[in-house]
Design a protein around this ligand. Structure first.
Ligand SMILES: CC(C)(COP(=O)(O)OP(=O)(O)OC[C@H]1O[C@@H](n2cnc3c(N)ncnc32)[C@H](O)[C@@H]1OP(=O)(O)O)[C@@H](O)C(=O)NCCC(=O)NCCS
Length: 186
């Protein structure tokens, strides 16, 4: 990969292996695939976004980001403004299914509530659509009103509550969205 080329994402779903170059631009934001060079920055960002008191061991460190970026069946998309990485989304895939799970999404606190979260949601949905994913699922903290509003306004439906989900014992809400069968045939 040359210095100026966007990074490739390679994931396995029931349709096979998809290697693509996701790249989305809106206003001053861009979204593209993360690489291992971003793992340290992502871990710093993660600590800013998710308080360890609530999220405990679920807060991703550099080693876990590196694992997701190298060995896992996953896609990590990063959002940048003109200067730096401001947020990310991490999606997990299964080789025997066309369901993607949003494992994590976060914006640096000073970039929240400016539309970047919605842009990330719409971008990973576009990526999932491109690779033939039928459904996206995610969990969010029961008290996370911003995320719930964002999900509902993007067409996600609350499916059920999962008690004692987070490190602090609080519950999660499971959301799902069917995104159709617009993927490439191969
Ligand atoms: C949740 C999160 C990803 C949303 O991204 P964002 O960039 O802040 O949200 P956006 O500006 O794109 O707003 C999208 C919608 O979310 C809701 N929202 C955003 N900020 C909100 C706030 N402070 N209070 C209530 N609702 C809010 C609104 O419904 C908004 O739509 P609107 O602008 O049309 O009213 C972001 O706030 C974040 O990273 N939070 C901390 C980490 C986190 O909770 N991640 C989710 C884990 S599952």
């Amino acid at each position: 990969m040359g210095a100026d080329e966007p990074p490739v994402i390679s994931v396995r779903t029931r349709l096979g292996v998809y290697s693509g170059l996701p790249f989305y631009r809106r206003d001053s934001y861009t979204i593209s695939a993360a690489t291992t060079e971003n793992a340290e920055n992502l871990a710093l960002l993660e600590r800013e976004i998710f308080p360890a008191k609530t999220y405990g061991n679920d807060v991703l460190d550099q080693k876990k980001f590196t694992y997701f970026l190298t060995r896992a069946n996953a896609a990590t998309l990063i959002a940048r403004d003109k200067k730096q990485i401001i947020g990310y989304a991490l999606l997990l895939f299964r080789s025997n299914s066309n369901v993607a799970r949003l494992y994590s999404i976060g914006l640096s606190p000073k970039h929240q509530s400016h539309g970047a979260g919605r842009f990330i949601m719409q971008s990973f949905e576009a990526f999932c659509n491109e690779i033939g994913i039928d459904k996206i699922t995610l969990e969010t903290h029961k008290s996370n009103i911003s995320m719930q509003k964002l999900c509902e306004s993007e067409g996600y439906k609350m499916a059920y509550e999962i008690s004692n989900y987070y490190a602090d014992g609080s519950a999660a809400l499971k959301y799902k969205k069917h995104i159709g069968l617009k993927g490439k045939t191969r």
